[in-house]
Design a binder for this molecule. Sequence first.
Ligand SMILES: [Fe+2]
Ligand SMILES: [Fe+2]
Length: 269
Amino acid sequence: MSPEPFDDGWMTREHARLMASGRAPVPWSECTAAALDEGSRARVAALWRARADAERCSVAIFATWAVDLVGAGAEAPFLALVTRAALDEVRHAELFDRLAEAYGAPAAPPSRDLPTMPDDERVPLRWQASREALELSVIGEGFSVALLYDLREHARDPAVRAALAVVLGDEAAHARVGWQWLAHVRADADAPALFAWLQALLPTAFARFEDAVFGADDGAPDDAADEALRAHGACPRARMRALYEALYDTLWRDGLGALGLHLTPRESH
Ligand SMILES: [Fe+2]
Ligand SMILES: [Fe+2]
């Protein structure tokens, strides 16, 4: 150990080690941003910056879930996976910030947005942690996996594809841990009451998610004319909606059904 363990060099090395953590490197020098006209490049840069900000927000989301899981008496494997997920989200924010800058976004200080997560002192922490498993892992990360897979399928830029592959691998684990937790608390003595409570809040959980994803302007292109930008990681809003609806009608309906939670048929838009 160096005599000054918190010197800049140590921080920089530790940070690099944690961010790489066995993941494939991204070929930044192969980025094809220069092939785009200025307007398109600015749109793609804004899109990656918005995604980086959302990933930074996910750091706080997983950190909050970790706190609630400690209060819920969660065993070490849950704490390990959820605290690792918070670290993974730091990696994602960094990758997407770097993509934003590769597409010409000016360097900017980190965004300070914090998530709004439901909190009710009257609800036991084990129940709150279960609601978080549903909302942020099963729904939020589940959608992320489907979206990132789709983004990667259509992306042609080598740096974009490599960054998406790293993030996709992490998000798949983030989605699984929520399902694991819900299966775990099915064995609790108060599981019938817990699952009745979760059943009652299912419509709100999905409505909150839809509002977060489709209710805000995150720079996602609106029309099929933007299809060309898919090579650089953009996704038309209609495609995102189609992915969401497909998950609702398959993974979430069947997976939650297996846990005894029943989704009402989706209202078509
Ligand atoms: Fe992420
Ligand atoms: Fe995630």
